[in-house]
Design a protein around this ligand. Sequence first.
Ligand code: CA
Length: 358
Amino acid sequence: MLQRLIIRTAAPLFLAAIAACQPDTSKTESKQAAADSSATATVANTPQTTPVAIIFDTDCGPDYDDVGALAVLHALTDRGESQILGIVSSNLHPLVVPTVDVINTYFGRPNLPIGAPKTKGVNLDAWQHWPDSLVAKYPHDAKTTAQAPDAVALYRKILAAQADTSVTIVTVGFLTNLRNLLESKADANSQLDGKELVRRKVKQWVCMGGKFPAGKEFNIEKDAASSKIAIDNWPTPVLFSGFEIGEKVKTGLRLIKVGAKDSPVRHAFAINIPMAKEDKNGRMSWDQTAVLVAVRGAAPYYDLQKGKFITKADGSNGWQDDPNGMHTRLVQKIPPDSVAYQIETLMMHQSQKPVNGQ
Ligand SMILES: [Ca+2]
């Protein structure tokens, strides 16, 4: 965690964004709600399309923006904008899969398939003890990450069953699973090897990772060898939400203040935010930005820059602009506090579905 904090807090704080995310006054909330309403109206006027089919690949700790991202994904799915095909962990820690199961169960999807690596990989605890707090308090039935199905087998099973060029993969953790998927061989689910299966079935990979135009970011750095193989060999378009994007999007204070008292999402933020001075105006929202643009597209929120993600052996990265590149990165367009308000509204979503519903 310390390493992540060092890496992820290297840049200076952005005072304007922080000021805009102070705890709500009625005036502030009204003003923000009006802006949100306008943005929502824009989205609502968009013709309804097929829900975006998502596989969500998460480390779900040590940081807790993964919980916020899961909440956003469930909220968008309840709205009919996305479909959750499955979830995989890129973190071997025993509490990761039970924690994901807590969130899925809370949102009425207790039987979503959850996979985890069967290879070597990153194993990171959360020093704030938020995963154990959630697992102790909220209903779930997954016992430990090690008992989850193989992430690669789950990826292959899901992809093989989907229409060609229809699946969006969202990674908000390490790239261990995607490297293993690319290197996988034909199996009972598909005669295609991993790279061909991805080329056939995946529409887009949205990756919270990297720092632009150059730097070192936690998700890429922790399993740098897998990151390099996955990014250098990925056969479909990739959209990156870099460190500098989520860093400016502060969420959590409104959730803590007015969110549902029984929400494990609120609970995670209520545990963590008071424990770090850097979060006094809200937690940086890296992982939520990836889910948001994966489902709704970047256009309402961000500009796009096409090019090539330059991988380096030490886990740092560069970027090279190229109008014909397979890679695209988000570039700030609207004020980060406006993105934050819309994300946090989704994080506060309450499912109307009964438990055991899918
Ligand atoms: Ca994460």
